[in-house]
Design a protein around this ligand. Sequence first.
Ligand code: SAH
Length: 215
Amino acid sequence: MVEHLQRYGVISSMKVAEVMETIDRALFVPDGASAYADSPMAIGYNATISAPHMHATCLQLLEQNLQPGMHALDVGSGTGYLTACFAIMVGPQGRAVGVEHIPELVASSIKNIEKSAAAPLLKEGSLSVHAGDGRQGWPECAPYDAIHVGAAAPEIPQALLDQLKPGGRMVIPVGNMFQDLKVVDKNMYGSISILSETSVRYVPLTSRDAQLRGY
Ligand code: SAH
């Protein structure tokens, strides 16, 4: 899967190739699913695990902000796949936090991570996953060098902007029917610049009730 993404130019970074080889996607998809196919997959509760090329794209966009010792937040952490990748990249001196509003997905993501190469980081506490509304971020471990949002927001939540460190970067899909993957950079003086990376299709960042009703 990783070689395929490298061959097609999706992965150009060695570090991202390495981390996606270290964290085995097969441990994070439903049993029996074709783990290495390049497509999103339903994981229950009207949620999906993103396609490998989206995981790779987001990891590459955030690579400079996932250096050892840095703090990373994964909003809508779902299966826990990207949270585990973040934890490997920031290492034991860093902090990787997942926030997910479906408690069952939080529980299953912790089980997935326990089977993965990120298990020691979960045990030592540099990696954690919490049940909560990710639109509020996770203030306890803020500010963050990297924030990833795995669901499309109608607009960028202010709490997430506030929890971004000067010099930090957030990658967030924004929109409703039509969405853009936005790259939000906060400079050293705190001002924000936003670029659109590509068109995407994510499940909405919404309330738990709306999601369980089927939006
Ligand atoms: N990166 C994850 C993506 C999962 S899909 C993965 O690849 O596994 C998006 C996730 O966002 C879903 O699990 C959904 O339950 C969650 N979500 C949607 N709105 C949310 C909110 N307000 N707070 C926290 N999680 C939310």
